[in-house]
Design a binder for this molecule. Structure first.
Ligand code: ATP
Length: 228
């Protein structure tokens, strides 16, 4: 089964003459972890925005977990996103006044599907995920996100993306602020957790040193030329 299917996708920002995305065909299989590499400005964030339905794609089709995301409008699209996608942003986007635990539980607040899939006790599921990701101390998981280190915030962002087992996890350059060793550990943890929950992972980065850990690696400029 394919969790992401892109067909004849063309996307151009309104002030640009050339399209930033021009992808004939791209599929992500269920449970597959794929690394997408490309230099700064090559369209990596735009690609994830198209898959997440954050931008409207006027040409081509984007299917996620079997649904045409372009056919969903307004609140339906927002609900679909939180039901089926976990997103780890470049800057994490945690709510600073909420604790690590509350941030992790956010998808369960907005999605009955994620809440159901998290089991009978979502709080226990969140605590377990945070613990697996190295946040074991009860003091830490109850601390506001604003009082956590960058590495700790990153782990919370991963726990939030994974809770309630979404089919697809999108990660946008989440290692850019980390040193080599921490980066390696973080990626191993992310892959382990995605594999444990059965999620497909699309990880975009300009940093090719991480690609060997993934099932498959693609260069966005090549994909854009139809050579994937
Ligand atoms: N909201 C926007 N409006 C107009 N142009 C945009 C917008 N967002 C991105 N772009 C342009 O689209 C191109 C691709 O940007 P994008 O952020 O997708 O690249 P990227 O590969 O993720 O870059 P980076 O690695 O620096 O984050 C760039 O030329 C950028 O200026």
């Amino acid at each position: 089964m394919k969790t992401v299917e892109l067909k004849s996708l063309v996307y151009r920002w309104s002030d640009q003459s050339d399209p930033v995305l021009s992808i004939d065909n791209f599929n992500l299989d269920a449970g597959e972890c794929v690394f997408v590499k490309g230099p700064s400005g090559s369209g990596k964030t735009t690609l994830l925005s198209a898959i997440a339905g954050v931008i409207d794609v006027p040409q081509g089709s984007v299917r996620v977990a079997g649904s045409d995301i372009g056919a969903l409008v307004g609140g339906d699209r927002d609900r679909f996103r939180v039901d089926h996608l976990g997103i780890v942003f470049q800057v994490f986007n945690l709510l600073p006044w909420l604790s690590a635990l509350e941030n992790t539980l956010l998808p369960c607040r907005f999605s009955a599907r994620r809440r159901d899939k998290a089991g009978s006790d979502p709080k226990a599921a969140a605590t377990r995920l945070l613990r697996e990701l190295g946040l074991e101390d009860a003091g830490l998981i109850n601390r506001p996100a604003s009082a956590l280190s960058v590495g700790q915030q990153q782990r919370v962002a991963v726990a939030r993306a994974l809770i309630g087992a979404p089919e697809v996890v999108l990660a946008d350059e989440p290692t850019s602020a980390l040193d080599e060793e921490t980066k390696e550990t973080f990626v191993q943890l992310l892959l382990k957790e995605c594999r444990a929950s059965g999620a497909s992972l699309l990880f975009v980065s300009h940093d090719g040193s991480l690609e060997r850990r993934f099932d498959r690696s693609i260069e966005l400029p090549m994909l854009n030329k139809g050579n994937s």
